[in-house]
Ligand binder design. Structure first.
Ligand SMILES: *[C@@H]1O[C@H](CO)[C@@H](O)[C@H](O)[C@H]1NC(C)=O
Ligand SMILES: *[C@@H]1O[C@H](CO)[C@@H](O)[C@H](O)[C@H]1NC(C)=O
Ligand SMILES: *[C@@H]1O[C@H](CO)[C@@H](O)[C@H](O)[C@H]1NC(C)=O
Ligand SMILES: *[C@@H]1O[C@H](CO)[C@@H](O)[C@H](O)[C@H]1NC(C)=O
Length: 476
């Protein structure tokens, strides 16, 4: 069952040619008031002093076509879709890829005027880690693109957060990517701090893989503060209507993440095994879950050939489905818990997981930031490569790759514009004499069900992932 869902995730990441016709009408003028930036305290998001729960949808029109386009640079597409976001009653969208050379003012302002925040993946198909060979793909060419995307979005007050990767780890066989995922997360945090930007949260979006989703969450939240993610998000398709808190296993999810000290949300949810009516929405925003989860995003706004769409788009026309109406009703019916919903203010780091049959990292050493990327902390990223640049996955060389292991930092992320580029976590060290990995309960072997997909595979790019031969394997 997760088969189909995971398959769909792949499609989500390919954005399409939502080409804006020349001379299309412009959006409403910038709202006079700006949205209050979202902050993190303990395990929750806040909008000012109010707890903030993400109520959103994933948004990448054309994602099923195999071509990549930037929906936030598509003014006509934005003009078309923002009214539907308003109708749905959402306050956030997640976008999987953008063109960091494009101007995003019009769409970001339209979203802002509608009270909508953006959660943005900073990878693109060409600039991403390669899960089949992560070391060489963690290079300065890649990080320059990531940093350029941060530059392009940091000024918008409605940029809620950045995702340092989506499902890079998608199997028990590639948990060796985890140190690179965590290093990218750390580097993004350091870049935001070094450039003097607002403290925009940086997190990661984890694949629906039972065997290591929880372990990865612990790993990204362990160690020193400069290396820990600001939030964690999971793709979860375990609530398949008709279902319930216990039938779906969400009760176990809550048990597993109780005490987790950074905000947690669902970066994708909405199982379509049976007809979905979004009965999980009332659970997600109830006190059963609010002490641990901060809402989530339904996968996905537009129909992309995989039956997950809430609307179908044809040119400038949007046609809603009954799922759209069901979600609209479910969001309207689900009021937030009162007060802070049981949120915790603890910031205690998780215990770093030890290696087991589902997890290969043996300690919490991270690769040092490549020195060519470390320089960008001081100078800024410079010219962005866009979606059509040469790409980074084959750019590994002695000049661009990491050498050495990072030393865990002092526990703080600098946030002044004058900070030197040599962040604490980028200090090179020949040997990682870090905090000894502590014992964690050994997880039982759980067969990853991804394999079951072979038979139903329809997306050729996904086939490549299976064979491990796609250079873009890690992007989604
Ligand atoms: C962001 O704002 C700063 C300060 O106003 C400005 O110097 C910079 O050019 C802006 N960046 C972008 C991408 O608009
Ligand atoms: C909860 O954690 C256990 C390992 O302790 C894992 O096997 C299980 O899949 C997790 N369940 C959920 C729903 O996350
Ligand atoms: C509406 O919300 C209530 C309370 O959370 C819940 O019990 C009920 O199932 C919800 N109804 C629908 C149609 O979602
Ligand atoms: C996951 O790993 C197993 C080997 O343990 C392999 O057979 C399977 O093809 C992998 N699945 C994916 C989606 O890469």
């Amino acid at each position: 069952m997760k088969t189909i869902n995971n398959l769909a995730l792949v499609a989500a990441t390919f954005s399409a040619a939502g080409v804006a016709a020349a001379g299309t009408p412009v959006l409403a003028p910038r709202a006079s008031s700006t949205l209050t930036p979202i902050t993190v305290t303990g395990n929750a998001f806040y909008q000012g002093t109010d707890r903030f729960y993400i109520r959103g949808v994933d948004y990448q029109p054309g994602g099923g076509t195999g071509t990549v386009a930037d929906p936030i640079a598509d003014e006509a597409g934005c003009t078309r879709d923002v009214p539907y976001f308003t109708k749905l009653g959402i306050n956030a969208i997640r976008v999987y890829a953008v063109d960091n050379t494009a101007n995003h003012d019009t769409c970001m302002n339209a979203l802002e005027a509608a009270g909508i925040y953006l959660i943005l993946d900073t990878d693109t198909p060409k600039y991403s880690l390669n899960r089949a060979d992560p070391g060489p793909s963690y290079n300065s060419v890649y990080l320059q693109s990531v940093f350029a995307t941060i530059d392009a979005f940091a000024n918008y007050t409605n940029t809620l957060g950045f995702l340092s990767g989506n499902e890079v780890i998608n199997n028990v066989t590639n948990t060796n990517c985890a140190p690179y995922v965590k290093a990218v997360t750390r580097d993004m945090k350091q870049y935001i701090g070094s450039r003097g930007y607002r403290s925009i949260p940086v997190g990661y979006s984890a694949a629906d893989v039972d065997a290591n989703q929880g372990i990865l969450g612990q790993y990204l939240n362990c160690g020193t503060d400069d290396e820990r993610a600001d939030f964690y998000s999971i793709n979860d398709y375990s609530w398949c209507d008709p279902s319930s808190f216990t039938t779906s296993g969400w009760d176990t999810l809550i048990k597993n993440y109780t005490g987790y000290s950074i905000p947690l949300f669902m970066s994708e949810y909405g199982c379509i095994t049976n007809k979905r009516v979004f009965s999980e929405v009332s659970a997600l925003y109830s006190t059963e879950m609010s002490a641990v989860f901060s809402g989530g995003l339904v996968y996905e706004y537009s129909e992309e050939g995989n039956n997950y769409g809430l609307v179908t788009i044809s040119g400038t026309t949007v046609t809603i489905t009954d799922q759209f109406t069901d979600l609209q009703d479910a969001y309207a019916n689900a009021t937030n818990p009162t007060g802070n919903g049981g949120a915790s203010t603890s910031t205690d780091a998780s215990t770093c997981p030890s290696a087991n049959e589902n997890w290969t990292p043996t300690n919490d050493n991270l690769p040092a930031i490549p020195s060519a990327a470390e320089k960008l902390m001081k100078t800024g990223a410079g010219t962005a490569p866009g979606l059509s640049g040469a790409g980074s996955q084959n750019s590994g060389s002695s000049d661009t790759e990491s050498s050495g292991t990072a030393t865990a930092g002092s526990g703080t992320v600098t946030s002044t514009a004058t900070a030197s580029g040599s962040s604490s976590s980028s200090t090179k060290k020949s040997d990682g004499a870090l905090v000894a990995a502590l014992d964690m309960k050994v997880f039982s072997v759980v067969m990853v069900m991804l394999m079951g997909m072979v038979g139903g595979m329809v997306y050729c790019r996904f086939a490549f992932h299976f064979l491990g031969i796609s250079v873009h394997a890690s992007w989604n």
